[in-house]
Design a protein around this ligand. Structure first.
Ligand code: PLP
Length: 446
């Protein structure tokens, strides 16, 4: 049934049966609704508003930039100061040879740009047949047609199958909790994943393959799922052995300094892959928290070797958008990065992450249907199974996580639920990812 407000609104809302709540203001971690209710935003939207909902210094930075120059077309002749500053902040101290950035407006655009960049790279090198992409089942890289093509989230692809390319194939994700066999050691599981990827590379033929794409820490579909130690080492080795580009999608959650959230409470590394003991990807996407939710902003980082190939060839990028590297967005993102450093927020992430982990273990672990609690820093998921004892999943239409999200909402708490109807594995989980400014008492309330 369609809600009357939704039917009359000129906005095409996503869920027709549900009247969206009008958020009139916000402070810190709390949203104020038109009805007068306040709610804890315990996931910063989908892991976006990591500084909370109001930051005077970001407002100032945006206003300053508006007065200076609001927009330049960064496609050809122009650039603007904050664009250059943000790229230097992200790449200046970056190990692994990532040396250039492209700024776009969403994670999906970043995925599209990454795939196109990889394709252009092989063309410039005189190897145009290298166009196939190997991706992973149960993955999510975005909602545009390009990004859906490399996403293993089958229910999101279903009705668009005529637009889906056969030039993409899928291997298993690294998901030990559900997919490691009872009689397999972690090393045997890792070896099986490695063998499967190698077999797929040989089946398609390395001379036809452009890239392997994966989320470093799975966010949307599998819920805050870090890889088994050694997984990305094996992936990197295979990519090197067969001359295939490695694209790591870190657009889901955190980026730049924020990767502390996937960092096992160590001091922050700039990128999640730095904790995987690899030299780095050839192409990386970043997004979501990059602009702290004050502006839409995502990006693609690329290795110097990709730039060198383009520079030696056509001397240009066959990709671009009207609003790429918008100076208002990059100015806001520079301010976000500075605030994280000034307030030493990564320390708070490590400290509050511990508090959140303990609270989840103490209060949530004993509840029925709770099968796994996993995460790092302030980025946590609770996965449900119909029977955690036997490992039996919910039926495909159970939508248990939606019930959890609805009940939380009724109680003044906004969390994210994910119903992963994704082919062979049915995943149900909720994410709790409060902002870096969260306090201990707010975590206890959540
Ligand atoms: N890549 C990953 C890993 C994501 O989790 C998402 C969104 O959740 C995207 C890409 C798409 O980002 P956007 O929704 O900004 O297009």
């Amino acid at each position: 049934m369609t809600d009357t407000f939704v039917a009359q609104s000129h906005i095409l809302h996503r869920a027709f049966g549900q009247r969206p709540e009008n958020v009139v203001s916000a402070e810190g971690i709390k949203l104020v609704l038109e009805s007068g209710r306040t709610m804890y935003d315990a996931t910063c939207g989908p892991s976006v508003s990591v500084l909370g909902h109001h930051q005077p210094k970001v407002t100032e930075a945006i206003t300053r930039q508006l007065k200076q120059i609001a927009y330049v077309y960064s496609g050809a002749r122009f650039t603007a100061e904050p664009n250059e500053e943000l790229a230097s902040m992200i790449l200046g101290a970056c190990p692994g040879g990532l040396s250039k950035a492209i700024f776009v407006n969403s994670g999906s655009e970043a995925t599209d740009a990454a795939i196109k960049l990889a394709t252009q790279y092989w063309h410039e090198r005189g190897l145009p047949n290298k166009s196939h992409v190997i991706a992973r089942k149960q993955s999510y890289h975005g909602n545009t047609i390009g990004a859906l093509n490399v996403s293993g989230h089958t229910s999101r692809r279903e009705i668009y199958r005529d637009w889906i390319s056969e030039n993409v194939s899928f291997v298993d994700p690294c998901y030990a909790f559900r997919l490691q066999k009872a009689d397999e050691s972690p090393n045997q599981y890792l070896q099986r994943l490695r063998d499967q990827l190698e077999a797929e590379i040989i089946r398609v033929g390395p001379g036809n393959i452009s890239a392997f794409i994966a989320e470093t820490v799975s966010g949307t579909t599998l819920g805050c799922l870090p890889p088994v130690p050694g997984y990305f080492k094996a992936v990197r080795e295979l990519c090197d052995k067969y001359d295939i580009l490695l694209i790591l999608d870190e657009a889901s959650y955190i980026c730049t300094d924020h990767t502390i959230m996937c960092g096992m409470g160590k001091t922050g590394t700039m990128h999640a892959w730095e904790q995987e003991g690899i030299r780095g990807p050839d192409i990386q996407t970043i997004g979501k928290a990059l602009g702290g939710g004050f502006v839409p902003l995502s990006g693609v980082l690329l290795h110097q070797k990709i730039f060198d190939a383009l520079a030696a060839g056509s001397k240009g990028l066959l990709h671009g958008h009207t609003f790429q590297a918008h100076p208002i967005a990059t100015a806001a993102a520079v301010a976000v990065q500075k605030i994280i450093k000034e307030l030493d927020l990564l320390n708070n992430v490590a400290k509050m992450g511990k508090v959140l982990e303990e609270a989840l273990e103490e209060m949530i672990r004993p509840l029925p249907f709770v099968a796994d609690i996993r995460g790092r820093g302030l980025f946590w998921a609770v996965e449900f199974l119909a029977d955690p004892e036997s490992g039996a999943p919910f039926a495909e239409n159970a939508k248990f996580c939606n019930q959890v999200v609805d009940a939380a909402f009724e109680n003044g708490l906004n969390i994210l639920g994910n119903l992963g109807v994704t082919g062979d594995v049915h995943v149900e989980h909720v994410i709790v990812a409060p902002p870096y400014i969260v306090s201990e008492s707010e975590i206890r309330d959540i």
